[in-house]
Design a protein around this ligand. Structure first.
Ligand SMILES: [Mg+2]
Length: 216
């Protein structure tokens, strides 16, 4: 099966922490550096009243130049603002199995950077039989990007979120980081002392992917 040269999995410490924004930003920077990019959102859910221009698949598609249905298959868009398997239940749709979502994640050939965005936080239900973090094993990403807040509570959230992610290469993005905030600076320092690789800008994520010798 075709696999992007580099595969990134974007997870979050919580929902609404900025996964899609970080993902779209990262894809945009990569594209401007000449990389061919693609994004996948295996399942998404939203409020029926939401503006479609704000759907994750639409924002990611805008960043990669793909069609939103290529990013998230139409039958995996659930118009109910709850975790995808719950939304499927509420809407009377079939159970979602992890194996099905994995089969649906396919890539065109020639992709330099492929990005998969999960749903909710790392332990949030993505399917009836799996949480978002359960994508790490089968996808074997080159890098897991954990999007976290920069402010109060982030050390707790990052430490707890790192556990189910296993030993894959991990970078923590402190989203909305403000260098003028002593709290933000101290949070970053504390996490670094903890052993986390932390960044505050998306171009630093790209450096993690292009620094090593994986280019043939
Ligand atoms: Mg999102």
């Amino acid at each position: 099966m075709t696999r992007p040269q580099r595969l990134v999995l974007v997870v979050g410490t919580a929902t609404e922490v900025g996964k899609t924004w970080v993902a779209a930003d990262l894809l945009g920077v990569a594209r401007r550096r000449g990389m061919v990019v693609a994004a996948r959102k295996p399942a998404q859910s939203f409020d029926r009243a939401d503006d479609p221009s704000g759907y994750d698949s639409v924002l990611l598609a805008r960043a990669t130049g793909e069609h939103p249905d290529s990013v998230c298959p139409a039958h995996r868009s659930y118009p109910a603002a709850m975790a995808p398997p719950m939304a499927a239940d509420v809407l009377g749709l079939p159970r979602i199995e992890l194996s099905e979502l994995l089969e649906e994640i396919t890539w065109p050939s020639g992709i330099d950077l492929g990005l998969v965005e999960t749903a909710g936080g790392v332990a949030s239900p993505l399917t009836h039989d799996a949480a978002s973090a359960d994508l790490v094993g089968p996808l074997a990403p080159d890098l897991v990007v954990l999007v976290a807040d920069a402010g109060l509570g982030t050390i707790n959230a990052v430490r707890l979120s790192a556990h189910p992610l296993g030993s894959s290469p991990l970078v923590v993005v402190l989203n909305r980081f403000d260098a003028a905030s002593e709290l933000h600076r101290r949070n970053q320092q504390w996490l670094e002392t903890d052993g986390f690789d932390t960044v505050t800008r998306v171009d630093e994520i790209l450096d993690r992917l292009t620094d090593d010798d994986a280019t043939p």
